[in-house]
Design a protein around this ligand. Sequence first.
Ligand SMILES: NC(=O)C1=CN([C@@H]2O[C@H](COP(=O)(O)OP(=O)(O)OC[C@H]3O[C@@H](n4cnc5c(N)ncnc54)[C@H](O)[C@@H]3O)[C@@H](O)[C@H]2O)C=CC1
Ligand SMILES: O=C(O)[C@H]1O[C@H](OP(=O)(O)OP(=O)(O)OC[C@H]2O[C@@H](n3ccc(=O)[nH]c3=O)[C@H](O)[C@@H]2O)[C@H](O)[C@@H](O)[C@@H]1O
Length: 477
Amino acid sequence: MRVCVIGTGYVGLVTGVCLAHIGHDVICVDNNEAKVKVMQSGTSPIYEPGLSEIMQSAMSKGNLEFTTNVSTAIANSQILFIAVGTPALPTGESDTRYVEAVARSIGFAINGEYKVIVNKSTVPIGSGDWVRQIINSEIEQRNLDTTPQFDVVSNPEFLREGSAIYDTFNPDRIVLGGNSSEALSLMKELYQPIVERAIPANDAIGKLSAETVPVVTTDLNSAETIKYAANSFLATKISFINELANICGRVGADVVQVAQGIGLDSRIGNKFLQAGIGWGGSCFPKDVSALIHTADDYGYDAQLLKATVRVNTTQRLLAVEKLQQVLKILKGKTVGLLGLTFKPDTDDLRDAPAINLIEELNRLGAKVKAYDPLIQSPEHHSILSTVDLETTPDGLVNGCDALVLVTNWQEFANWDYVQLAKQMNTPIMIDGRNYLDANVLAAAGFYYIGIGRPTAGNSLVTKRLQHNSLSIDNKVA
Ligand SMILES: NC(=O)C1=CN([C@@H]2O[C@H](COP(=O)(O)OP(=O)(O)OC[C@H]3O[C@@H](n4cnc5c(N)ncnc54)[C@H](O)[C@@H]3O)[C@@H](O)[C@H]2O)C=CC1
Ligand SMILES: O=C(O)[C@H]1O[C@H](OP(=O)(O)OP(=O)(O)OC[C@H]2O[C@@H](n3ccc(=O)[nH]c3=O)[C@H](O)[C@@H]2O)[C@H](O)[C@@H](O)[C@@H]1O
């Protein structure tokens, strides 16, 4: 099938590349010329495991192209994906101006061939009808002899950054919202290789499950709501375990053991129960806020979702509280951050907890150093001009009074903490993701503080901290 994907960010590019891999003829459009040039040269502008390999293989087979020419791409395609960003406005509401611009381009360029317009962007509930109206109003202005025929389908995306290729080929379900049987049946045909697991092998894809992927068909509004509901539920689940971690820290329980104990209940499930210093990224924060805003528009006070956000706002600064418990005054102290991105295996810093943490440490007068495997120059975010970005573990820890593990990058589990402890003023580790082995860290000479876990530290460190008049209250987890 001939497919056009408009917007080549984390979702659009991955969608285009994966649809090309299963044999469709895909043209990806972006209005960022520099980005399109990079993609035309066979390079992915984002870091996503496996993406470059599959992208280059599809390009060499001739069924994946990149362009800035939206009109030609629209005219030549049967299925048009809208995959532009929908960031949050300061009010929390979703900024739909990019979706509107694309809908106008479609109304301007659509021709005689029937087309399916697929909304892949996460959009406020009711946007499917709104997009249809915009396209129709653009078509009307063209005074054509024959009115182009099209239908709008909502096809929300559930991929996670860092495992986007795997998730696209192994979705838990595909959601299709719409009221046109012709459009829905074309969408099912488009996704059939994924649904039936008939995907050409590639090392970057990994092992596929043998089961057929469930396809859920709904009306437009329900599909749009499913997307917000899924992200809000997952964010609430994390806020729940974070709240529990805060209780565990006070009563002397270990949230990791508690999460295991409740996660084995199949009604609860063990995923998204990892306590830490809060959820971030380009989607959970904006999507929970957008759903709260939509509820508000309809006169409903979404109390549970507001609490989910409140718990997260506090949690994102928990590492500062823990640093103050051991170091007291942070002014003049040096804090080293392990990781900056909002999660591992991505270069995405959008709404990353690290940003709030750096802002607060700056406010309190601490010096901040950071090491991230993918963020090694300050152009990624304006806040990084206030941080000493280091490129080696030694460079990071040298002269630090404490470390905070912010992102659970796999390489942090393999660092030589015995050597690193020796280079620090005080070997303190705040493990913001409960990722490291507390006993290994303690044996290496660290005073280890997790989130909602008992602290760990050998007697030598404890003595050294006492010597420096630092608080090492073991009851504070
Ligand atoms: N990032 C993620 O993991 C997920 C994102 N989503 C949703 O998918 C949508 C896209 O998100 P991302 O890919 O993260 O966004 P992004 O910001 O990474 O990419 C958006 C792309 O659209 C391009 N663009 C903007 N206006 C354009 C126009 N008029 N014509 C052509 N290109 C245009 C931009 O240049 C950019 O390359 C959002 O609604 C988001 O909520 C859904 C699931 C996962
Ligand atoms: O709409 C979206 O953009 C996507 O948002 C999330 O995906 P993503 O933001 O890429 O990453 P997640 O793995 O969900 O992690 C989000 C945040 O939650 C945190 N998290 C996650 C899981 C957990 O147990 N604990 C926890 O603190 C992560 O550190 C991260 O900051 C959803 O998982 C995807 O299904 C969805 O498509």
